[in-house]
Design a protein around this ligand. Sequence first.
Ligand SMILES: Cc1cc2nc3c(=O)[nH]c(=O)nc-3n(C[C@H](O)[C@H](O)[C@H](O)COP(=O)(O)OP(=O)(O)OC[C@H]3O[C@@H](n4cnc5c(N)ncnc54)[C@H](O)[C@@H]3O)c2cc1C
Length: 485
Amino acid sequence: MHDLAVIGAGPAGIAAALAAAEQGIRVVVIDEQQRPGGQIFRRPPVEFGGRPAASPAGYPWAADLLAAADAHPGIQWLSGATAFGVFPETSGGRTTLSIGLVGPDGSKRIRARRLLIATGAYDLPVAFPGWTLPGVMMAGAVQGFAKSQRLLVAERLVLAGSHPLLLVVAEQLRAAGADIAEIAFARGLPGFGEAIRALPAVPGHVGLFAETAASVARLLRAGVRISTRTIVTAAEGDGHVAAVRLASVDRQWRPTGESRAVPTDALVIGYGFQPSTELARQLGCALRWDSAKGGWIVEHDEAMATSIAGVYVAGEPTGVAGAEQSRAEGRLAGLAIAADLAAADGRADSGSMVSGLRDARREIRRARRFSRVVETMFEPNRDALLALATPATTVCRCELVSRRTIETVLDKNPHLDTASAVKLECRSGMGPCQGRYCETAVAAIVGARSGRSIDQVGHFSAHVPVKPVPLSAFSALGEEESVQN
Ligand SMILES: Cc1cc2nc3c(=O)[nH]c(=O)nc-3n(C[C@H](O)[C@H](O)[C@H](O)COP(=O)(O)OP(=O)(O)OC[C@H]3O[C@@H](n4cnc5c(N)ncnc54)[C@H](O)[C@@H]3O)c2cc1C
């Protein structure tokens, strides 16, 4: 039995594991990737060799965090392992969390007294004509290939979206030798008022702003076309993307005229991220809709505890807010869990625990000044994105359900007014991705038809397995773990 199981080894999960282990807590960390780092600090396999990477601009603490994670003797890392379900067990008034996972050594079940969900976020999917063509990819996925496998997914690319990460990705691809045909931003350049409102984000983040400005300068010097108020309306090609259609838009991102075709080998989409909340949903944790924070987020108290006993949350499942806030929340959660376990065992809080909690709360407030500005400036225009899907556009790519099918179901069943009811009726969201790709569009269609807001339309529920795993993985659920910390 572990004291604490952490799912997710990004900045939040690593910071939590280190903070808890330093208080003498026995910690196990589970992550699908081969090495700790999460999305932002994704690393190539050790076998690729080379010296450890320096901290990326804007994150001077990154190299130290990763080195501490690699070296800490008190943390057990289960890498390349997917957690596919969590099962609370209560006996004698005590709750234990049992986690089903599948990894390189097959599947197993581990048990822990406390669980931290630090599962991060994923690219916000957007359905438009041609978005399921091979060659249309998300910015995070393209970057993932570059970071972990040193692979360029195509030689000539168009990037389209509204999130500033698109500029960072474009510069990384250009530096690796790609030909960037165009970067299309749906929003305009920040106006004077917006720039003034962004000022609170500057202190402590000069390096990050400077690096983004330098990326833009390098792209422009290399002759890359950066178009603002321009949206991608379609990807075209026979079996693979060959061209994309770009259209000028007004301030509400509504196309104002004819689109133009731009030939390309790949289209990279980047409208932002949405929190990975599937394990929290499967456990029944209370969620709340917050569009600017990425969609459905996990509710928590000031100690990062969720509504389910023994389950905590940190990082982007609480809202997409960047690596700095994730790290601070992780540290707070790790210390709060250590304090919780100390209380359960009748031990007193240590002095370092108390001062650490105070410091972590201060760090969160500081990070929040930055994340609040980014959230407000770059919140995706969800109505405009929904308008890109035509009746024939596939919305659920797993079950091949079009927008027309969903709207026909709604027309025939006017009493259906929730996302889950539509899922039951036409299978959208029942495929291997469990709605990670289509929930946003399905809920928006239901909301538009029923005149209800997304928080009224609700979210899909999540069931075991929350991610695709071999059927054999279930055999482990009846067995005790063989690995002990
Ligand atoms: C693809 C992608 C690329 C990004 N690149 C950048 C970037 O270059 N610069 C930037 O500033 N921000 C980037 N971001 C934003 C970034 O998510 C945050 O800034 C930061 O990484 C968040 O830290 P975190 O610890 O909350 O989550 P993450 O770093 O996302 O870590 C979560 C971890 O949980 C693991 N996980 C999730 N579900 C499971 C499961 N069921 N079982 C096992 N493991 C699981 C994932 O493998 C991941 O390693 C990126 C986001 C994404 C989604």
